[in-house]
Design a protein around this ligand. Structure first.
Ligand code: MV4
Length: 449
């Protein structure tokens, strides 16, 4: 096992990794920017190193600074957490080149999945169902026109370097194709320095369902069931559930095994999430995330498996310590992402926290770096707390979640806590009658009328 891990992240996820390290008796090193000197992850780690100024490009994304810090403290592995450098294949290679372990999958897998066209071709090889569309990159307008005749309208132009929605354009009719193609390419070039695009049939009201998988260095792969993350705004997930409230037993088994088989075939190592869109009872692969995810706690809640501890163990060369047929899925879990954002405008609301009181009770978990007296810096992601509740079944989970939200105090900044209360009590949420458009096009629209 490792003796010392450097955690190249901040906030709730840095704390999460730190806790897993403690259980494994691994020493922890926090890194932080000058804006995070008073952060909880710095306080709780065994050691800490300041790696640069507030702006993340100079600190949490500063590879030379992080590598130097790791060498300085004698770390034998680096955990990148979520976001920041977690899906940077160059970083994974650099960590290795400096004789440390990158806690994540092989650099090649990160690279392939980061390129959405390559990822789709790979998914095809692995037998995953795809959204009908172009086989690879669109070469020119003529190619686009040909493909559009085959696919039909509405269609969606996507950037190969994209993900998270940047460089995506819906095209409703033939006449709009040319303009949209060049707009998508321009957007992609500006955002990613790469204007490769591909075309897919546009699914108008899908749900977002993803499968958590875990592979070791010996070819063993297991899946930990699915999560549904359809409740989102502007490509930011707000609420996630495990299991998906709308799949039947057969569908759950089917998608879990499909994802697992695909990961086995590619000899995938470490944690991964295979994402699907689900519409008219059919699944379509869209992306694979090659890292730990924000919403991993809901899977931990229903399986009882410590995903981060298992991830670290696998990275150290151990076999997966679970067998697929012994994994039991128990009850229902929901995560509410609490962001320091105005619940109406979604503009960031950083600032001082005078009062923080987390809820408690059986099956209630709060992952957060907040404390009374903490000041939320304005430089980073607005996620400040994750509230995860586990119940015997979905309605029990919702009941407990309502109580937990009532108990929770985060003052004086406005946050999405207020919004969660409304969403959880809406008829559509209670009936699980939502898709990826629901929050923006139905719930928030009605609320603002
Ligand atoms: C789609 C789609 C509809 N049809 N592909 C958004 C970013 C990337 N994850 C893929 N995305 C989508 N791909 C086809 N063919 C709709 C989305 C999409 C979406 C997907 C998952 C979760 C939230 C979303 C929000 C808007 C659009």
């Amino acid at each position: 096992m490792f003796s010392k891990i450097l955690i190249a992240n901040r906030g709730d996820i840095a704390l999460r990794i730190l806790r897993a390290c403690r259980e494994l008796k691994i020493k922890t090193v926090a890194v932080h920017s000058t804006a995070d000197s008073d952060a909880m992850h710095v306080r709780l780690a065994d050691e800490s190193v300041c790696i640069g100024p507030a702006h993340s490009s100079k600190s949490y994304l500063n590879i030379p600074s992080i590598i130097t810090a790791a060498q300085l403290v004698g770390a034998d592995a680096i955990h990148p957490g979520v976001g920041f450098l977690s899906e940077n294949s160059d970083f994974a290679e650099i960590v290795q080149a400096h004789n440390m372990i990158f806690i994540g999958p092989k650099a090649d897998h990160i690279k392939v999945m980061g390129d959405k066209i390559k990822a789709k071709l790979k998914a095809n090889e692995l037998g995953l169902p795809l959204v009908p569309g172009s086989k690879g990159i669109i070469r020119d307008l003529k190619n686009a026109k040909n493909e559009s005749e085959k696919i039909g309208f509405p269609l969606l132009i996507k950037a190969s370097a994209g993900g998270g929605g940047k460089g995506m354009k819906v095209v409703n009719k033939k006449e709009d194709l040319e303009k949209a193609l060049f707009a998508a390419k321009n957007e992609a070039r500006a955002a990613f320095g790469n204007d490769d695009v591909y075309i897919e049939k546009y699914l108008s009201n899908p749900r977002h369902i993803e499968v958590q998988i875990l592979g070791d260095k010996y070819g063993n792969v297991i899946h930990l069931g699915e999560r549904e993350c359809s409740i989102q705004r502007n490509h930011q997930k707000l609420i996630e559930e495990a299991p998906s409230p709308i799949l039947n037993k057969e569908e759950q088994l089917y998608i879990g095994e499909l994802a697992c088989e695909a990961a086995k075939k590619m000899k995938y190592e470490n944690l991964g999430t295979i994402e699907f869109l689900y519409e008219n009872k059919k699944f379509f692969f869209i992306e694979m995330n090659t890292r730990l995810q924000v919403e991993h706690p809901i899977t931990e809640a229903i399986t009882g498996i410590d995903i981060v501890r298992e991830q670290i163990s696998i990275s150290a060369g151990n076999k997966i310590s679970y067998e697929q047929n012994k994994i039991k899925f128990l009850g229902h879990a929901i995560e509410c992402r609490i962001n320091a954002e105005n619940p109406k405008t979604f503009l960031p609301t950083p600032g001082a926290i005078s009062q923080f009181h987390p809820p408690g009770g059986l099956g209630v978990r709060v992952d957060s770096g907040l404390y009374s007296g903490y000041e939320i810096p304005p430089y980073y992601d607005s996620l400040i707390a994750k509230l995860i509740v586990h119940g015997d079944n979905r309605s029990h989970c919702l009941l407990k979640l309502n109580q937990a939200i009532q108990e929770m105090v985060i003052e004086p900044i406005p946050s999405t806590l207020a919004l969660h209360k409304d969403i959880l009590n809406s008829k559509d949420m209670i009936n699980a009658n939502y898709d990826i458009k629901w929050l923006e096009n139905v719930f928030l629209k009605n609320k603002n009328e």
